[in-house]
Ligand binder design. Sequence first.
Ligand SMILES: NC(=O)c1ccc[n+]([C@@H]2O[C@H](COP(=O)([O-])OP(=O)(O)OC[C@H]3O[C@@H](n4cnc5c(N)ncnc54)[C@H](OP(=O)(O)O)[C@@H]3O)[C@@H](O)[C@H]2O)c1
Length: 272
Amino acid sequence: MLNGRSLGFIGGGNMAEAMIRGLLKARLLRPQEILASDVVPERLAYLEQTFGIRTSQDNAEVAGKADIALFAVKPQIMSPVLDGLLDVITGHKVLISIAAGISTRFIAEKFPGKVRVIRVMPNTPALVLEAASALCSGADALPEDLELAKRIFTAVGKVVVVEEVLMDAVTGLSGSGPAYIFLIIDALSDAGVKVGLSRREAQLLAAQTVLGAARMVLETHKHPGELKDMVTSPGGTAIAGLHTLEAGGLRTTLINAVEAATRRSMELGRKD
Ligand SMILES: NC(=O)c1ccc[n+]([C@@H]2O[C@H](COP(=O)([O-])OP(=O)(O)OC[C@H]3O[C@@H](n4cnc5c(N)ncnc54)[C@H](OP(=O)(O)O)[C@@H]3O)[C@@H](O)[C@H]2O)c1
């Protein structure tokens, strides 16, 4: 429970739906404590019917009624959306934004007084309640606001708190990261087919191997290098495969990829 506080989603798209699902599943909020606004009436009807939440086509109505406003619209429309809320945002509300590349300062400067802003970078596995989310506080957010946001995002996955300057790095690693892993799973699946497995078997084995390995890292708290050593016997199969991966520069390629995506995130941010 969020101490009886209500949460209003501004934008009822994919991320909002994933979060509503997670929050209800975790019993952090009751349906009547969740509101959502969107420009698409069918979308609102779907959310209302699926989750029993309250909806409105009017962003100001939702942001006005809710104690916490969670912005889940595309970054390019954040500015006009915020402009439409000047009359309803007060210092009592907590504003949480997941809009990629939009700084807490950009949001806070839209309003005359002090506003409490938390910025979050989640990733698409939020859709299956396995997001990796990084949170940071705006200048006037209270410590309790950050705690509140941590509770909200823990309902859809795992959270870390970072300084805002690191949000581009987060975008390069976990924000864009699902795309890297999908590529790796697809490549492993191709490899399985090459060595004689059916596509269906190969894909299941590849995806489950990624999932299982990730869970071992998270649940044993062992260093991934130690876990690798545990499956690498002298003169065995794993070391033969690992040698080939190192020769192909996998580690360096992944580091370069995260660095490139981080740089791109910085470039996109500067355009705003
Ligand atoms: N997806 C991710 O993995 C991910 C990760 C990190 C951060 N984010 C951030 O999360 C935010 C939402 O992403 P998403 O994937 O959920 O996008 P989405 O599915 O497009 O959801 C946005 C929703 O807001 C609606 N909308 C458009 N204009 C509006 C307005 N003026 N007032 C209220 N609602 C409006 C959209 O309607 P229309 O479809 O008609 O435009 C859509 O239903 C983005 O800022 C993105 O950067 C996403």
